[in-house]
Design a protein around this ligand. Structure first.
Ligand code: GLP
Length: 258
């Protein structure tokens, strides 16, 4: 695991975009996308680089998760959010942006179908991740099995409160979601976690330096052989080995890449 700490959220976006651009230039064709606030600076930077020539024309994108029960086309459905924040502004074919179908009559079937799709393509090359204040990734809430696959989950009150800012009221935040499981996420070739802000510091410290436990779903990253974490100073402030992480990056020979 490599941990890069930069000054602020914009710096997180630039560094994460560096990781993704390098992956694209080295043949990444299946990109795992996250929603929420965390990746927005990264997406803004990717859009800027696209205007300067970075192409996504050969890429298939796969979403991590989706709300269940929002009307088709609801502005806060993750299918719409990713279009608004990224894919409408780059040269990716909209038919190549995939996600779980939160409008399906039986969301359990939709979850199984999405897991099958991911399995059939062999998983994604790089998966971008944010982290919830309770340590969730995707929508794998605390207690999620480290071996879990794509399925329907019930959101905790904490996550619904955290996400209520995107909806008219707490009551409008869906209770159920479809999310890639922790094992599904771990099937990616490379995991890229981004976090900014002091409100993420406790979750980041638990995930990166605490025990591997279903009580902190993001701690599953410790089991993955290729993880890059990009944090701003505020999100990194509770890490105990910050100096080691900085030294490791400073000592890294140029050209070794991410
Ligand atoms: C959301 C999403 C996650 C996201 C996390 C953090 O609910 N399902 O993919 O990483 O919670 O959200 P944010 O980035 O808005 O803080």
């Amino acid at each position: 695991m490599e941990i890069a700490v930069v000054a602020d959220e914009q710096g997180v976006g630039r560094s994460a975009a560096d990781v993704l651009e390098e992956a694209l230039r080295h043949g990444c064709r299946r990109l795992g996308l996250a929603t929420g606030s965390s990746p927005l600076a990264t997406y803004a930077e990717l859009v800027r680089r696209h205007r300067e020539g970075l192409s996504f024309a050969e890429v298939d994108a796969y979403l991590l998760d989706e709300y269940v029960g929002l009307a088709p086309g609801h502005p806060e459905s993750y299918a719409r959010v990713i279009r608004r924040e990224l894919t409408d502004a780059i040269d990716i074919d909209p038919a190549r942006v995939h996600g779980p179908d939160g409008t399906a009559r039986d969301p359990r079937e939709a979850a199984a179908a999405y897991e099958s799709l991911l399995g059939a393509v062999g998983g994604v090359d790089v998966q971008l991740l944010g982290i919830g204040t309770n340590g969730h990734i995707g929508f794998n809430e605390p207690g999620s099995s480290l071996g879990s696959r794509t399925r329907v989950k019930t959101l905790t009150l904490q996550t619904r409160l955290d996400n209520a800012r995107f909806f008219a009221s707490l009551g409008k935040v869906p209770v159920h979601v479809i999310t890639q499981g922790l094992a599904t996420i771990s099937s990616a070739g490379h995991l890229l976690l981004v976090a900014s802000g002091a409100h993420k510091a406790a979750a980041v410290a638990a995930a990166l330096e605490g025990p591997v436990t279903a009580s902190c779903p993001a701690s599953v990253l410790q089991l993955h052989p290729h993880v890059t974490v990009v944090l701003d100073e505020a999100a990194a402030r509770l890490l105990t080995r910050l100096d080691d992480y900085r030294q490791a990056l400073l000592a890294k020979p140029r050209g070794w890449g991410w």
